[in-house]
Design a binder for this molecule. Structure first.
Ligand code: ZN
Length: 344
């Protein structure tokens, strides 16, 4: 299956598979945020999600395919795309403020458009940040540079800021084909849609995620992401009790063994995704949310409240179909061990 061009395509695909999704809420663009129930009748339920970072489309496609393909007796709830605006891309995100979809041919077209149609908040080097209507727009990624104390961020408190994919060579995420959504919280901290799972203020996408999890109390949570490299890895979470911890470790072992067996590349021995991870074996990293800060992401939150949970990361430099296949294989292996845990 090719990557989804638009969120409407994703919705049509799910409908064509005979599913009637549960509507969890709506994005500010009035797109339905949806979950699909599949699998068997058995509890506890399994929760699968993807697409909080719109540049990571293999996770979205894998989640959609797993709705029908995942082999389990357990109830499965899939929230396949947590950022429909971002999936539709940068020109779409701009259309929310402009009223029409601008014709953007090249990345260099963005800065003149922002200057002409918006109020420029900040310019430095090649980066332009502007506010147009309700939303902020930037030419470049500001997640790692905006610290929250900048005066120009004041206009964006409690708002969203979109920037276009600029990374070359990603099948399924061409230039501007996806928009990355930054969420600036009311205090001015610059975060994104995979945060706000434990905070009083949250964007609607995170709020819907939390509400769904409260409804289904998942015994296993898998969030399908991608990273910029050319290998496969996943992050596990330290669990709240010994039993959950033991099963988290068993799932991790089974997942990485299966990935290894099909010769999907794993990261080099000295790779660490960030200072707040510890490595247990090649391709398996344990994320320590307290060291990272920024509150809890979906999987941190699942580990704190519900139990075993993983963030699966496929390498965006690999062919799209290989990335989808790797995400699905890892998910199936975690679910296999989950089934053993709950076997009668
Ligand atoms: Zn991600």
């Amino acid at each position: 299956m090719p990557p989804f061009d638009t969120y409407d395509d994703l919705l049509a695909d799910i409908e064509s598979r005979g599913h009637t999704p549960q509507i969890l809420g709506h994005t500010p663009a009035q797109q339905p945020l949806i979950a699909v129930k599949s699998g068997g009748d058995k509890l506890p339920a399994i929760f699968i999600s993807a697409g909080s970072h719109a540049t990571e489309q293999a996770g979205v496609s894998a989640a959609v395919e797993l709705i029908d393909e995942l082999e389990t007796d357990h109830q499965v709830y899939t929230f396949p795309c947590r950022d429909p605006i971002g999936l539709n891309g940068f020109a779409y995100a701009l259309s929310l403020s402009l009223g029409t979809t601008p014709a953007l041919q090249h990345l260099d077209d963005i800065a003149p458009l922002l200057r002409e149609r918006g109020e420029v908040l900040h310019e430095a080097d090649d980066t332009v940040v502007a506010i147009i209507g309700e939303y902020g727009y930037a030419t470049h990624n500001l997640y790692y540079t905006a610290q929250g104390a900048e005066n120009w961020l004041a206009a964006l408190k409690g708002r969203r800021l979109y920037w276009p994919n600029r990374a070359p060579g990603i099948e399924g995420t061409d230039f501007m084909q996806r928009a990355y959504a930054l969420i600036i919280d009311p205090a001015g901290e610059v975060l994104h849609i995979n945060r706000f799972h434990d905070t009083p203020w949250a964007p609607v996408e995170a709020r819907c995620t939390r509400d769904l999890m409260a409804e289904i109390t998942p015994g296993l949570t898998l969030d399908l992401h991608e990273y910029g490299g050319d290998a496969f890895w996943f992050s596990a979470r330290h669990q709240q009790n010994g039993d959950d911890q033991q099963w988290e470790e068993r799932m991790a072992d089974r997942m990485i063994a299966a990935i290894n067996a099909v010769s999907t590349p794993l990261p080099p021995d000295d790779y660490l995704p960030g200072s707040f991870f510890t490595k247990s074996h090649l391709g398996v990293y344990w994320l320590n949310a307290n060291e990272r800060g920024e509150g809890l992401n979906l999987v941190d939150y699942a580990a704190t409240v519900y139990g075993p949970s993983f963030t699966i990361e496929t390498g965006m430099q690999l062919p799209f179909a290989d990335r989808v296949a790797a995400a699905k294989l890892a998910a199936q292996k975690a679910v296999e061990v989950f089934g053993e845990r709950h076997a009668q």
